[in-house]
Design a protein around this ligand. Structure first.
Ligand SMILES: O=C(O)CCC(=O)C(=O)O
Ligand SMILES: [Fe+2]
Length: 209
């Protein structure tokens, strides 16, 4: 075997699938789901073309900025209610349709909306939460795609303190699928870091009927 083939065989560009064996969760990670060339191109394009919004949350009557910028996209051009602020929902663009269709080949679902999060630096984050409420939380598919800097995605069980926390580094071009009862039983967060890191864009494709 020549050297070229060998490097190809162990190339870091191969899609690598990892399934996490966690009670009450169905989580699969695909590293290099998008190639480095695709990922870098999509990162630049999304960063430039997304109408990033600074959402705020009311805490004890005081408006506080979320530690990240966001944008909603979906099948319909309307307002959506995300926590307690109203957000504009934009119609899918070509970048998002390309990403969405690639994921839909992997998982048998047609996504209806997507939340984009832009973490400008290590001070940007998302605190412990579960996606959705009530019935919607019970059996849903969330497809999370990352472009740019790697950040740890942490998970902890909602009630079982005997279970260890899980830390999944989400790198450029990765896809994380969270299915079944994951949202019901596990919380997730992306912590702040004091390290000097470059920006990260995360997209969560969702299904809401
Ligand atoms: O940035 C991430 O990896 C997660 C984002 C997230 O949990 C959310 O938007 O609900
Ligand atoms: Fe989330």
């Amino acid at each position: 075997m020549d050297l070229f083939n060998q490097t190809n065989l162990f190339s870091t560009e191969e899609v690598r699938k990892t399934t996490f064996d966690l009670p009450g969760a169905d989580i699969t990670l695909f590293e290099n789901f998008f190639s480095i060339v695709e990922s870098n191109k999509l990162y630049e394009s999304l960063l430039r073309n997304t109408p990033w919004q600074q959402e705020q949350i009311s805490i004890h009557g005081k408006l506080v900025d979320y530690p990240r910028l966001t944008a909603w996209y979906g099948d319909v051009d309307k307002d959506t209610k995300y926590t307690n602020t109203k957000s504009k929902m934009h119609l899918w663009n070509n970048d998002l349709l390309f990403i969405k269709e690639r994921i839909e080949k992997e998982v048998d679902i047609k996504f209806t909306r997507c939340l984009l999060n832009y973490y400008r630096d290590g001070k940007d984050s998302v605190d412990w939460h579960q996606d959705y409420k009530g019935e919607q939380r019970k059996n849903t598919v969330i497809a999370s795609v990352t472009f740019g800097a790697t950040r740890p995605f942490q998970l902890k069980h909602v009630s079982r303190t005997d279970l260890k926390r899980v830390d999944i580094p989400l790198a450029n071009g990765s896809l994380l699928l969270m299915q079944g009862a994951t949202q019901e039983n596990w919380k997730h967060k992306v912590p702040k870091t004091a390290k000097q890191i470059s920006p990260r864009i995360n997209l969560t494709f969702r299904w809401i009927g």
